[in-house]
Design a protein around this ligand. Structure first.
Ligand SMILES: O=P(O)(O)O[C@H]1[C@H](O)[C@@H](O)[C@H](O)[C@H](O)[C@@H]1OP(=O)(O)O
Length: 857
């Protein structure tokens, strides 16, 4: 049943308190828009209907009464009506009227209706489009929906948050506290531009990375036919894959409008990098005796590759299966372990980063020399030496050595083209005569014939960089020394103009240094060519061993990671804003890093098991992401992503005023670490099947592994944070207890043990972490879970009256932001659950009557 109002504009009708009894109490609210002409003499007519299905606006026609109401009533089950004057309500005692509800002919009394006047200013000073009240014993759950809610960032109206968060929805509730006062709750939900921004940035980086790799494969030099065919095949596949990424990026570039991907678009190929239904879910609590508090949860569909399907499982299974298969294809190509492949990528990335850097420092050195500036010469040399040292160390790896030999054997007839040789070899040593007169000297031979392969040759080539750097250093020292002593001489006796001329001409710094710098560059070039080719050869093996699965797996991993990263970046930015004035939090951020806790509600049965396998890898991959906070130089506050697969840095831009608030370490660009953990508990009927007839080990393993990660974070946290740093520090003992409790619950192997989720979430909040909740679509189960979490927090932390826990929960689920989320996704205000599914749900995860049903999702 429900209450219908007509004769004045009602944007929405809410029933907040269904009580299954013979004397039911219903609540609803209505707001008059400011421009609507309401005067004291305005008469309002209230008509009450029996509504069977509010969301579909269908009614129980069988009980239709014969009445003479206008057409608007046709098809509704009319119960009774009454009228009142606005002036009467305003002048009444306590601004409340109790009116008799009569049948349409004005005869029979069918019940009473109580009307309360609520001034909007009593709640908030904003425009609203409806109010819902629960008037039982004046204990109301009051809901207001804001058409133009206050910026989600609060009164500060922060520019960055406004750039990131879009289409906020806001609901206000008033719930009684255990001491019969009121608490006010502002529930907010917003989508984020990051849903598209992060994947686009990421795909762009993938394209650059893959283009470079494809180019390096082409530049691998001559290969024997077997390897050459292999390379051609790999390049063809890689080029194909590259165009796929390029097409996706182009498609995303065309996307305009909404900044979220709805659950209905899960299978949309062009949107596969975009997270599903990503939102910020915020609860702001204002209660009389306690401090205001804000609780954020990021809700999103489990990061998963829906377009690739789950027939063969998800990433967790696919990756280990692929690795096992790859090990057995050794007869076609050389097996390098995933660690070695990762190492090869790292070396390549170091080369690409360091070589131009050293080159530019070397040019600066020459520049300082030509200006004859001792200070700047010293500085340039310092920078050059530091980078060159890093460069030399980057190749100190057995993998380079072994890959060089492998590549050597893959050359046609094992003979190589002569590589570019340095003009001057550092082998010559640094004696001054040679430096002053660079000469053509004996050079390193090219990589020798097979039988002559000289394993130590690489060491020499590599050591030449160090030696040639030493020559540069020695020369700079000599020049500075000379300069110094001639200055002293000049000071002793005034030199004749002829002397000065002589000393300048004899000591032309630039000319002395130039050949040595060129030698250094040449030696570096030699190392780079060899190391690049050898590492590319390792990558060739990785790709060739598993074509095309290898590329498909990379794509799958990229897709899952992209979704996960979009969520993380959103969570990080929100967290940074809420914690910007909290010194403890900022210290934690740069000394320890942040915990990121994911609650998964996926079942370990059928397709969802595959989703969980994808999600587990995607979240674990986030461990390698680091954040850096930079000062925004323009109004474009969107984050910038740099790096390569497995090594991304997210640069979050803060407006100058906010940047100022940061500790020096963060301002100086310290990289901030993330510690993602995932705990999953399947709750629906599919999980029942998994428990009865299937397998729940995936969930058990994931929870156990992630518990270890959580423990490590906690250890780090207690080691690095001063005891009085966090507001919750006094709760350290509680935390220990909570961790122990979580451990026991994970071990307990209890069915649908939702306690795990509550404990993990509580630990996350106490550790200042970023909270996430995910199910397949983040629409139905996620909504049940976040509303339960919100009400549990109200009960445990804000003294929500215990009798109102369920009512508050039902109210939020019925009227709150999450039902709007469902509407946004599937254009229908119904959680997609049926009775059978709900019977399988843990008790507090079941939505109230009338809010669920079969909807086409
Ligand atoms: O938001 P979800 O809980 O992933 O939505 C599920 C719902 O839980 C389930 O009962 C229903 O049968 C659908 O599978 C929903 O998923 P959709 O992705 O179809 O919205």
């Amino acid at each position: 049943c429900g209450v219908g109002l007509w004769n004045f504009p009602v944007s929405r009708i809410y029933q907040t308190s269904p009580i299954l009894s013979r004397d039911p109490l219903f609540l609803t609210g209505v707001t008059f828009p400011p421009e609507y002409p309401v005067y004291e003499e305005t008469k309002i007519k209230l008509t009450v209907y029996d509504v069977k299905d509010k969301s579909q606006d269908t009614v129980r026609t069988s009980v239709l009464l014969d009445h003479r109401e206008p057409r608007a009533d046709v098809g509704r089950s009319f119960l009774g009506c009454t009228t009142f004057r606005v002036g009467d309500l305003m002048k009444s005692k306590e601004q409340q009227l109790t009116l008799t509800l009569r049948t349409s002919d004005g005869g029979k009394t069918v019940g009473t209706i109580e009307v309360n006047l609520v001034k909007m200013g009593e709640i908030e000073d904003e425009e609203a489009d409806h109010v819902t009240t629960d008037a039982q014993d004046q204990k109301c759950a009051l809901v207001r929906e804001c058409t133009a809610p206050e910026g989600i960032s609060g009164k500060d109206n922060l520019p960055l948050l406004n750039a990131v968060l879009k289409n906020p929805i806001c609901k206000l509730y008033r719930f009684p506290t255990s001491d019969n006062k009121w608490m006010q709750i502002r529930e907010q939900m917003a989508e984020t531009t990051l849903s598209f921004h992060v994947p686009k940035e990421l795909i762009n980086l993938h394209i650059k990375e893959d283009m470079r790799r494809n180019q390096e494969l082409k530049e691998l030099g001559e290969l024997a036919p077997h390897w050459d065919n292999m390379r051609k095949n790999v390049i063809a596949h890689c080029d194909q894959m590259l165009s796929l990424y390029q097409d996706t990026l182009a498609e995303l570039g065309k996307h305009t409008g909404s900044s979220f991907k709805s659950s209905c678009n899960k299978g949309e190929k062009t949107l596969e990098f975009i997270p599903i239904n990503l939102h910020l879910q915020r609860m702001h609590v204002h209660s009389p005796c306690l401090k205001d508090a804000v609780y954020d949860v990021i809700t999103m569909g489990a990061p998963a590759a829906h377009c690739q399907g789950f027939k063969n499982g998800g990433l967790r299974k696919l990756l280990s299966k692929f690795e096992a298969e790859r090990r057995n294809t050794g007869y076609q190509c050389i097996y390098y372990s995933p660690e070695n492949t990762a190492k090869a990528k790292e070396v390549l990335s170091n080369i690409n980063h360091l070589q131009p850097l050293i080159s530019s420092h070397a040019d600066l050195l020459l520049n300082s020399a030509s200006q004859r500036s001792p200070d700047s010469l010293k500085n340039s040399l310092k920078m050059l030496s530091e980078k060159a040292e890093l460069f030399v160390h980057a190749f100190k790896d057995q993998l380079v050595r072994s890959a060089l030999l492998a590549l050597y054997t893959a050359r046609p007839g094992c003979v190589l083209k002569k590589p570019v040789m340095p003009r001057n070899s550092a082998e010559e040593g640094c004696d001054s005569q040679h430096q002053d007169h660079p000469s053509q000297i004996k050079r390193q031979d090219s990589i020798p014939h097979h039988s002559e392969y000289d394993e130590e040759e690489w060491d020499r080539v590599w050591a030449n960089v160090g030696k040639s750097l030493n020559c540069v250093i020695a020369m700079v020292d000599r020049l500075l020394e000379k300069d110094n002593s001639s200055n002293i001489k000049e000071g002793e006796n005034d030199p004749s103009p002829a002397d000065c001329k002589m000393s300048h001409a004899g000591g032309d710094w630039y000319e002395k240094l130039y050949p040595l710098v060129i030698t250094l560059k040449d030696c570096m070039g030699e190392v780079v060519t060899r190391a690049k080719q050898s590492m590319t050869f390792v990558l060739l093996q990785e790709l060739a061993c598993g074509l095309p699965q290898c590329l498909m797996l990379t794509l799958r991993r990229d897709i899952v990671f992209s979704q996960a990263l979009a969520g993380l970046v959103c969570g990080f930015i929100i967290k940074l804003h809420t914690g910007l004035h909290d010194q403890g939090f900022l210290q934690q951020l740069h000394t320890v890093g942040l915990l990121v806790q994911y609650e998964g509600l996926l079942s370990t049965y059928s397709e969802e098991a595959g989703m969980l396998e994808d999600m587990a890898v995607g979240i674990s991959d986030l461990q390698k992401v680091m954040f850096k906070i930079i000062e925004a130089k323009s109004d474009d506050f969107l984050p910038v992503i740099t790096g390569r697969r497995e090594h991304y840095v997210i640069e979050v831009q803060l407006p100058a005023k906010m940047f100022e608030l940061l500790p020096q370490e963060i301002k100086e660009g310290k990289l901030l670490h993330m510690y993602p953990v995932l705990f999953n508990v399947g709750i629906n009927e599919q999980q029942t099947l998994a428990e009865r007839f299937g397998d729940t080990t995936l969930q058990e393993n994931v929870n156990q592994e992630n518990f270890e990660l959580l423990k490590e974070y906690y250890k780090l946290f207690t080691e690095k944070m001063p005891p009085d740093c966090l507001p919750h520090f006094q709760e350290q003992n509680d935390l220990k207890g909570l961790l122990e409790n979580l451990h026991q619950n994970i071990q307990a192997k209890k069915r649908k043990n939702v306690e795990i989720m509550w404990l993990a979430a509580t630990i996350c909040r106490k550790l200042n972490g970023i909270r996430f909740t995910c199910c397949k679509s983040a629409k139905d189960r996620t909504s049940m879970s976040v509303t339960l979490e919100q009400c549990s927090i109200l009960r445990d932390e804000h003294q929500l009256h215990k009798d109102f826990f369920i009512r508050a929960l039902d109210c939020m689920r019925r009227e709150g932001c999450r039902i709007e989320n469902v509407l946004k996704n599937v254009k229908c205000r119904k959680y997609a659950f049926n009775m059978i599914q709900l019977m399988a749900f843990p008790k507090y995860y079941r939505p109230p009557e009338g809010t669920y049903g079969k909807a086409d999702t």
